[in-house]
Design a protein around this ligand. Structure first.
Ligand code: BG6
Length: 467
């Protein structure tokens, strides 16, 4: 539906940008930080760097916050590295790590930028992983304790909290991201999933108990799945994949129960988790204040052809297929990025509508953006392709607002260039260019891209000027 008059962005709308600790900070072993699963990854995809220096934000955060302020951000989403706060995940607290995030948060608050804190973004402490990671139920309590430390330290400065970034991607594509070891059985993966849900529920309840003004929610990656055709079995396959990829996570987080189609899928796999006494009550008790989500593109799927393997394959935005469940297909109506991810701004509006209809909770966009091989020439980066992507998606937020969806804010990926989860430093998303190459760190100097000036104008005009 096209409206004659689009509703404006509401007052107080959060204009943000996002990063995650391990992808931007570097300083992987400094000031008492312990190693995370990312730091001890046995190998990185060929031709890509590790995360040891990343964008050196740990040492340059003050300069970066000054740039965020110049950009006009009213919010900045970042994650706290569990291993800086509690190096082995469940032991001593590291005062130097705690102090770093105080400095960062204080700098943001002084600049009038609302901090949005992700408590856990893929970087599980390696010491916990050695004890079984999320498959080990003890990790639930370790996370709850970590969350209590965060609420006690930063609760008076931080209102917006995100529990777990993209739990669904860690479960479905954990091998690509580096959070799951190759060959792990599905029963173990979904036991880990159950434990993460318990951890999230505990942290949500703790936030409500300990941070009077605190607002907390999950941050899954939500991509609405379209049927490849109107063949009823394609529609069924899309419905199944929506349940397995999206609703399993959001129904649990928001409604406090397992999605029945996803549960049936787990039964079929022989991968239903062990549920201990009290688990279901805990899960039902935790209610988020908002639903955050990361959106890059929709998916399209067809009924399985019989050639799919048992392993999902692909990555966050490329659904290959799974035997007996669905076959990923290319959506012929959509262009693709240089990295093969489809671009679907209208799918963004479709996704807003689906989430709003399902839950009627305020929605916060915590990621959306375009990865590209940007080029620095004479101190400039002409990333008009990124401006086009962001403009088209921001327009669709306004359509969604006009549809009646309550949208709290928009925090695209990424505030500054950082290292991609599995495609290296050359895959850039930032408004600010970081002068490094894949393996050569150069001088790591910061340069404003064309998209920086454009987004500054969007923010200054409260989204009225997208030109
Ligand atoms: C999301 C993650 O999946 O997508 C980010 O939350 C990630 O950590 C972003 O960087 C873009 O993905 P990628 O694989 O291009 O880095």
């Amino acid at each position: 539906m096209k409206y004659r008059t689009l509703k404006p962005f509401p007052p107080g709308f959060l204009w943000g940008a996002s990063t995650s600790a391990y992808q931007v900070e570097g300083a992987w072993n400094e000031d008492g930080k312990g190693p995370s699963v990312i730091d001890v990854m046995p190998s990185h995809p060929e031709g890509t760097t590790d995360f040891t220096v990343a964008s050196d934000h740990y040492h340059r955060f003050a300069e970066d916050v000054a740039l965020f302020s110049e950009l006009g951000l009213t919010a900045y989403r970042f994650s706290i590295a569990w291993t800086r706060i509690i190096p082995d995940g469940d032991g001593e607290i590291n005062a130097a790590g705690v102090a770093f995030y105080h400095r960062l948060i204080d700098a943001l608050v002084a600049a009038g930028i609302e901090p949005i804190v992700t408590m856990y973004h893929f970087d599980l402490p390696a010491a916990l992983d050695a004890k079984g990671g999320w498959v080990n139920r003890a990790t639930v309590d370790a996370f709850a304790r970590f969350s209590e430390v965060l609420f006690a330290e930063y609760g008076d400065k931080v209102t917006y909290w995100l529990t777990i970034n993209e739990q669904n991607m860690m479960i479905l594509y954990g091998e690509a991201i580096g959070t799951i070891k190759a060959g792990m059985p599905k029963s173990a993966i979904y036991q880990a999933n159950h434990h993460m849900m318990l951890a999230q529920a505990k942290a949500t309840n703790l936030c409500h108990d300990l941070v009077p003004h605190g607002l907390i929610g999950p941050a899954p990656n939500i991509a609405l799945c379209y049927p490849a055709t109107c063949h009823p079995e394609d529609v069924l396959a899309a419905d199944d994949f929506n349940a397995i990829r999206n609703w399993l996570y959001t129904d649990m987080a928001v409604l406090g129960r397992y999605n029945s189609v996803a549960w049936a899928y787990l039964e079929e796999l022989g991968a239903t988790p062990e549920i201990a006494e009290g688990d279901l009550e805990l899960l039902a008790s935790a209610r988020p204040d908002f639903l955050a989500f990361n959106y890059y593109a929709s998916h399209a799927v067809a009924r399985p052809s019989g050639t799919e393997s048992d392993v999902a394959g692909g990555d966050q935005q490329i659904a290959v297929g799974e035997a007996g469940v669905y076959a990923g297909v290319t959506n012929e109506y959509l262009p693709k990025t240089e990295f093969g991810w489809e671009i679907d701004p209208v799918g963004f509006r479709n996704t807003f509508r689906a989430l709003w209809d399902r839950y009627h909770l305020p929605l916060l966009v915590t990621e959306n953006g375009l990865g590209a091989f940007d080029k620095l020439e004479d101190g400039q980066v002409h990333d008009g392709y990124r401006i086009d992507y962001l403009r088209d998606h921001i327009e669709q937020i306004q359509w969604a607002i006009s549809d009646g969806v309550d949208v709290l804010g928009y925090s695209p990926w990424s505030a500054i260039d950082l290292v991609s989860t599995h495609q290296g430093a050359a895959k850039r998303y930032g408004f600010v260019y970081v002068n490094r190459e894949e393996f050569d760190l150069l001088d790591l100097a910061r340069y404003r891209k064309d998209s920086f000036a454009w987004y500054a104008k969007v923010i200054a005009s409260q989204g009225a000027d997208l030109s």
